[in-house]
Design a protein around this ligand. Structure first.
Ligand SMILES: [Zn+2]
Length: 368
């Protein structure tokens, strides 16, 4: 290959680019690797490409005719991104420095409240139209310092920062792309809310005013492997009408206008779930506030600019304002628009199961 010639390897069919792929690209003599926008590039793969001066091009699909084995290419050109290029200078402005301190403070709050463990959880803030400050991978939220933080664009490509960004950034980025008002997102694993998330159930509404105003109806997104594009997209049906989503078998994600406010929603949700669990142990019915009083709270919520699926009149039929089916039941299936899962055992399935067990028991009794 002549000096200066470009040889592009197209890997737009892959959702993940690992070190082995980068090594194969080098072996094939690539000077560029083209991946699709959703592709997760592992830090080791990214480092390997950089060390070997192979350019990582985010775009795709590649120009017609190029192929993994033989892309040769002065003719192939990556698809132009529709967004303006990310500006790395936004990572060192006075605003960015203040946001970094706020992210670190929120990280300590999450850890102190036992909402994250190990290196779990992640925090981000959209500081520009195509620039997001986020936490790195493999750092405890207790130990975060401003120097640990990263800057990525809306495709998840790291623009600045010395540590590799969190692998779960795509979850945050999907929210930023879908909800213009979302400026900050906090993902964590608070135990009481996550207890609901592993059952696919949501807490009932119409019990504590602060929860109604700050969070309200909680949605449940289906399970997907964390860090994948499929996982990131699970929240899309819910994030416009909910600022807080339970992630099945995983944890929660909250978005807000500030990092501090997004963390507040995590606190309000987890405390609510915890309080319900405690109240359910008292052995007396939990009282509800009336539908009229709940609609008063929703009116307050609307003036604060907070989202709620119940603002849509058609939602009232699907999901009542106050929805405790039984004064002793603190968990209910979400209504369909809030993520009721088809794979959750429904009443007919339970009936069939009970009937088959009953039949087996009766047979065993009759045989003795
Ligand atoms: Zn997580």
């Amino acid at each position: 290959m002549r000096k200066g010639e470009v040889k592009q390897i197209e890997l737009t069919g892959q959702n993940v680019l690992v070190l082995r792929d980068a090594q194969s690209a080098l072996a094939a003599g690539a000077t560029q690797v083209l991946v699709c926008k959703r592709c997760i590039v592992t830090p080791s793969a990214r480092d390997f490409l950089r060390q070997n001066e192979i350019e990582l091009v985010i775009g795709g699909p590649a120009a017609k005719g190029s192929s993994v084995a033989a892309a040769s290419s002065s003719q192939s050109s990556p698809v132009q991104a529709t967004r303006s290029p990310a500006n790395p200078r936004l990572f060192s402005t006075p605003e960015a420095e203040a946001i970094k301190l706020e992210i670190c403070a929120v990280g300590r709050k999450l850890w102190n409240r036992a909402y994250v463990d190990g290196n779990g959880g992640n925090i981000s803030y959209r500081i520009g139209p195509n620039e997001v400050i986020c936490t790195p991978t493999l750092v405890s939220k207790l130990d975060l310092t401003p120097a640990d933080l990263c800057l990525v664009d809306l495709d998840g490509v790291q623009i600045a920062g010395t540590k590799p960004r969190t692998s779960e950034i795509f979850l945050h980025l999907e929210i930023y792309k879908a909800v213009p008002e979302a400026k900050a997102a906090v993902h964590c694993h608070p135990p009481h809310a996550t207890a609901y998330a592993i059952t696919g159930r949501v807490p009932p509404n119409g019990i504590i005013p602060e929860f109604e105003v700050m969070v309200g109806k909680v949605a449940v997104s289906p399970y997907e492997t964390p860090g994948t594009a499929a996982f990131a997209q699970t929240v899309l049906p819910y994030v416009r009408e909910h600022n807080t989503v339970l992630l099945s078998n995983h944890g929660i994600i909250c978005w807000a206008d500030t990092v501090t406010h997004a963390e507040w929603y995590a606190e309000v949700l987890d405390t609510y779930c915890w309080t319900l669990m405690l109240a359910s142990q008292l052995g007396v019915p939990i009282s509800q506030i009336s539908e009229r009083q709940t609609s008063d709270l929703l009116a307050i919520k609307k003036t604060l600019g907070l989202p709620d699926s119940r603002f849509d009149p058609s939602a009232i039929r699907e999901c009542q304002l106050s929805d405790m089916e039984d004064p002793n039941s603190i968990a209910r299936l979400p209504c369909v628009r809030d993520g009721a899962r088809s794979n959750t055992a429904d009443a007919p399935e339970v009936d069939r199961l009970v009937q088959s067990v009953t039949d087996a028991v009766m047979r065993a009794i009759n045989e003795t």
